[in-house]
Design a protein around this ligand. Structure first.
Ligand code: SF4
Length: 236
């Protein structure tokens, strides 16, 4: 019994120390960078085939007129990162910089996401990052349900092909479209499941830029993801 209490206490202390280190490194500038080496990834036998099928999907998205969002796009934005990963991040949709560059999460929110990824011990290109919709909604508005539904023709096979061990849904839109958020009430930090893959819904980096006080709960969510993946955050 005493041993249980000691173990519990040690676990609480370790967790508090981790949180303290996290807070110290946050400062006012966001998530800390990490110089940890990228994790070793399992490469499946058919990795080349998966990449080829994703490339076909990406080409199809580039020519897609499946919803009104195609009208104002500069280009579609399919994904960035490594499809042979165990961790996928799903955001809402491309913004201005993403639309210009053809890559997801490349603006300020993208820089913050990169720090979040590094804080988890991953290389920037060691995870796979995509969005619910592949074309920029006007004025960066939230995608309409019809647009998200139309674009699921890409998101669903994309996630099925990558088939990670965990997905982080960034923001309510992503969480709703992966069906892990209730229509109302609390949704952040509550594990859900998408086709057998654990999904952690958490706040979008763009929201964290406006409301940095929520970085702490997001870090707790990311730590829970690391636990599911059997990984430790790197020592800083
Ligand atoms: S958002 Fe998706 S469904 Fe709509 S036009 Fe772009 S690729 Fe097609």
């Amino acid at each position: 019994m005493a041993g249980d209490t000691e173990n519990e206490l040690a676990s609480v202390v370790a967790s508090a120390q981790e949180l303290l280190k996290w807070e110290e490194t946050l400062g006012g500038n966001g998530f800390p960078a990490s110089d940890a080496p990228p994790p070793q990834l399992d490469v499946g036998e058919d990795a080349g085939d998966i990449r080829a099928r994703l490339a076909v999907l990406s080409d199809e998205a580039a020519a897609c007129t499946g919803c009104e969002l195609h009208r104002e796009r500069t280009q579609s934005v399919f994904a960035r990162g490594n499809p042979e990963t165990d961790l996928v991040f799903v955001g809402e949709g491309p913004g201005y910089h993403e639309d210009q560059q053809g890559l997801p999460f490349v603006g300020r929110a993208g820089e913050l996401l990169d720090r979040m990824v590094a804080a988890m011990g991953y290389d920037r290109e060691g995870v796979y990052i995509c969005n619910v919709v592949k074309c920029r909604p006007p004025e960066n508005r939230t995608p309409l349900p019809t647009e998200a539904q139309a674009c699921s023709r890409f998101l669903i096979p994309q996630l099925e092909l990558v088939r990670p061990k965990a997905i982080v849904a960034l923001g309510r839109c992503a969480a709703e479209n992966l069906q892990v958020a209730p229509p109302a009430g609390r949704w952040r930090g509550i594990w859900g499941e998408w086709r057998g893959i654990p999904v952690m819904p958490t706040y979008h980096p763009a929201f964290l830029l406006r409301s940095p006080q929520f970085k702490k709960p997001v870090w707790e969510d990311l730590q829970a993801v690391l636990k599911v993946l059997n990984r430790q955050p790197p020592r800083r």
